[in-house]
Design a protein around this ligand. Structure first.
Ligand SMILES: Cc1ncc(COP(=O)(O)O)c(C=O)c1O
Length: 374
């Protein structure tokens, strides 16, 4: 008897197939950096990275040093490369990164100085990536900072440059903006080369860039969303997205069923009222598990192979659905909040669209309490 009323099913077979489809789409000569930050977008980083290493994916990206260390500890002796997106900001962080063989980002002149100083003190060569800011205005050398960087750059410094990269701001929505960012990136890379910076792999595209800007594929792609079988907003019909399979299924048990008369309200605020006698199924899942409260009265779950509209305000630990058209519904039935059940399917992309957010936000908030199963 399961002790949890809702859980996340992670289909590692689908994940592995997605990774293979993405690798064949970008071409075998390009490196696939699998983005597994934020607990692999809610899917469970250790399990996801473990399954990917089994099919030869050996490059992972996380945000923080803490996430990188957790991944090293979870995967044990398994050989893989891991890169953080946050640049270390203290000597201590650089030292810890060196200790755990984590590849870090140099995103400023100060970061370069700090990395050199720590590498010299340790008597080691540190693997690093250089980030260029071409329009995100969050991390990376700006075009104006490339020259001052080159003025201090020493080819014999104890750093092993692994790549130069940038990140797109509007790859899912603005082709012109993306073209300009890519052009700026190429100019800065050229400037680096003229200034004696070594030749390294280049990368720019994340999931949306892979789909929308094939000329931005360069030597590698940093892919999160597509790995999990989720399309960036507006790209659901792209041939690659059509081939991918959702990795996550989020399910919850029906913990109560009741019949309510016409006119009766459901949940806090009484913001849903029955227009006819209604069969209400209560599910053991709520906003504390990551189901957005803003989906109140807007989404549906899959139940018995059909969609059942969510009704009444989403509570912390429960939500209610209208199961009037599914008279067989009883306590113990399993509803699907994200994923397929027979012919009915609730896609993350749909929920993201309803909330005017990205699919990333939906999945990264899942699983505060929900357990992941295989
Ligand atoms: C720098 C960087 N690269 C790659 C990614 C992966 O993006 P996506 O999940 O859209 O592929 C992210 C995600 O936030 C990112 O910040």
């Amino acid at each position: 008897m399961p002790v949890y009323t809702n859980w996340l099913e992670v289909d590692v077979g689908a994940l592995q197939q997605n990774a293979q489809a993405i690798q064949s789409y970008i071409g075998a000569s390009r490196t696939l950096w699998a983005v597994v930050k934020a607990d692999a977008y809610g899917h469970g980083a250790a399990r996801v990275a473990g399954a990917l290493t089994q099919i030869g994916v050996a490059h992972f990206i996380v945000a923080s040093l803490g996430e990188a260390i957790e991944l090293r500890e979870a995967l044990g002796a398994q050989p893989f490369r891991v890169m953080t997106l946050y640049p270390p900001t203290t000597d201590a962080e650089w030292r810890t990164a060196a200790e755990y063989s984590v590849e870090c980002v140099v995103d400023s002149l100060e970061g370069y100085r700090q990395a050199c100083a720590v590498a010299r003190a340790l008597g080691r060569v540190l693997p690093v990536h250089l980030e260029l800011d071409t329009g995100m205005s969050r991390l990376g050398l700006t075009p104006a900072q490339v020259e001052p960087f080159l003025a201090e750059f020493r080819p014999d410094a104890p750093l092993a440059w692994q790549s130069v990269f940038t990140h797109f701001a509007c790859a899912d929505s603005d082709a012109e903006f993306t073209r300009e960012q890519l052009a700026q990136f190429r100019v800065a890379v050229e400037q680096l080369r003229r200034g004696g910076f070594p030749q390294t792999p280049l990368h720019a595209a994340a999931s949306a860039g892979v789909l929308s800007a094939p000329d931005s594929l360069l030597d590698a792609a940093r892919v999160g969303l597509l790995l999990y079988g989720i399309a960036p907003s507006g790209w659901e019909a792209h041939p690659l997205c059509v081939r991918l399979r959702p990795v996550l299924r989020w399910r919850a048990r029906v913990i109560a069923v009741r019949e309510i008369p016409k006119g009766q309200s459901v949940s806090y605020g009484a913001c849903w009222r029955a227009e006819r006698p209604t069969r209400v199924a209560t599910l053991g899942v709520g906003y504390a598990d990551g189901y957005p409260r803003d989906l109140t009265n807007r989404a549906a779950v899959a139940l018995h192979g059909a969609l059942a509209p969510q009704i009444g305000r989403v509570c912390m630990d429960m939500l209610m659905v209208d199961a009037t058209h599914l008279p067989q519904t009883q306590v113990g039935d399993v509803a699907t909040l994200i994923g397929a059940d027979g012919d009915a399917c609730v896609r993350v992309e749909t929920l993201a669209h309803l909330l005017n957010t990205t699919p990333h936000e939906i999945t990264t908030r899942l699983g505060q309490r929900a357990k992941r199963t295989g």
